[in-house]
Write a protein that binds this ligand. Structure first.
Ligand SMILES: [Zn+2]
Length: 374
């Protein structure tokens, strides 16, 4: 026995179209048009509407019924529904409010449908982060619609009238325009060549942690960084180092160097230790640290690759307020801790030449795959 499950008879709507939902055993016709049935007899059938009464005769399996759908004017214009302009009858009066309901995001464009052009202030916080402020717009954000799978843009949590926009690729410029009832931001990305700034932690009088056998962290950081540099060169990835020998380099100098050379990735290499109150027997494994949001996806990716392909366990992904990460907002800045140098067993593993060579290959490959494979 067939039936219509939506809409109810005498349904009122301000939309210029509606759909009938239902099912039939054999056949369904709406105003003499044959409705396609799925194998299970279900159907969804779209009809257009006019203002006022719209009459439909619906025949399901030979039984006929009359339906009325009433087209009405909305009180105010519809800005948006379901990520698209809602095609409604004209409003009784223009809207006093400009309500932001939806943001449509594609690789190179952000589109915000609104009733009228908003006041708009785009604040650049760096190559990877902007604040879009729409002070005369009411925020009632239902949808952020990402039109591409591997998006380079993340819309952050809206704070009052401010929308944080985080980019995974460095942005050269953003152009704003008002078009088709939408505020459109067109994004131009930097076309600069990819270069990695490798930062071997500590150096000179800054020794870092020390293994049970007396290996200093600064030495291990440097030897690993040198292996990583060779692996990257083998993969044709440009590389610079904040230090290439056992010397003191301040945290500011490390960041400034990455800035001057305009590298897109800053990767600091360390081997971990613990504060006094903890038990070194209980903690082991690799961890990755980031501060700015754009660095999180790579930090996560890198850590997972290291854990997947080495003997190191997963110690954690941390947002951490470290100088070389925090003061380095214009690139992907990540600090990798390759195991605990104070752990009785792990120290032997991570200081071995085999482990260092293998892990340098894994890290280099992770960098190449994440940044240079399209
Ligand atoms: Zn360290």
């Amino acid at each position: 026995m067939g039936l219509i499950t939506y809409p109810p008879n005498k349904h009122e709507t301000d939309s210029k179209s509606i759909f009938f939902i239902g099912s039939a055993d054999e056949t369904c016709r709406i105003n003499d048009q044959r409705v396609d049935l799925a194998d299970n007899g279900n159907f969804a059938y779209v009809v257009s509407l006019k203002l006022g009464n719209n009459q439909f005769r619906i025949d399901i399996d030979g039984e006929s019924q009359e339906y009325t759908i009433v087209g009405v004017k909305p009180d105010e214009p519809h800005p948006i529904a379901y990520g698209r302009i809602y095609d409604s009858f004209p409003a009784k009066q223009p809207s006093k409010k400009n309500i932001l309901r939806s943001i449509l995001v594609s690789e190179n464009q952000i589109e915000i449908p609104l009733n009228r052009a908003p006041m708009c202030n785009l604040e650049r916080l760096g190559k990877y982060k902007y604040f879009l402020d729409l002070p005369d717009t009411d925020m009632d954000l239902d949808w952020v619609h990402y039109q591409t799978q591997s998006g380079s843009i993340i819309i952050g949590e809206v704070i009052r009238s401010k929308i944080p926009i985080i980019f995974k690729k460095p942005v050269a410029s953003i152009n704003e325009k008002w078009e088709n009832n939408s505020l459109v931001l067109e994004i131009e990305y930097y076309q600069q060549d990819f270069a990695v700034c490798i930062d071997p932690g500590h150096g000179g009088e800054q020794m870092g942690s020390r293994s049970p056998k007396g290996i200093w962290e600064k030495e291990l950081n440097l030897s690993f960084a040198q292996l990583l540099k060779e692996e990257l060169i083998n993969l044709n990835v440009s590389t610079i180092m904040t230090r290439d020998e056992d010397e003191f380099v301040s945290l500011d100098e490390r960041v400034n160097y990455a800035e001057e050379e305009d590298s897109l990735l800053f990767l600091s290499i360390h081997h971990n230790a613990l504060p006094d109150a903890r038990d070194p027997n209980l903690e082991r494994g690799a961890s990755c640290h980031y501060f700015h949001e754009q660095s999180k996806p790579f930090a996560n990716y890198l850590l997972n690759k290291v854990v997947e392909h080495t003997e190191l366990s997963y110690s954690g992904l941390f947002r951490q307020n470290l100088h070389v990460l925090r003061e380095n907002p214009d690139r992907i800045s990540v600090l990798l801790e390759l195991g605990y140098l104070i752990h009785p067993l792990e120290s032997e593993l991570i200081s071995s030449a085999d482990f260092q060579a293998k892990t340098a290959r894994i890290v280099a490959k992770a960098i190449k795959n994440f940044f240079l494979q399209d």
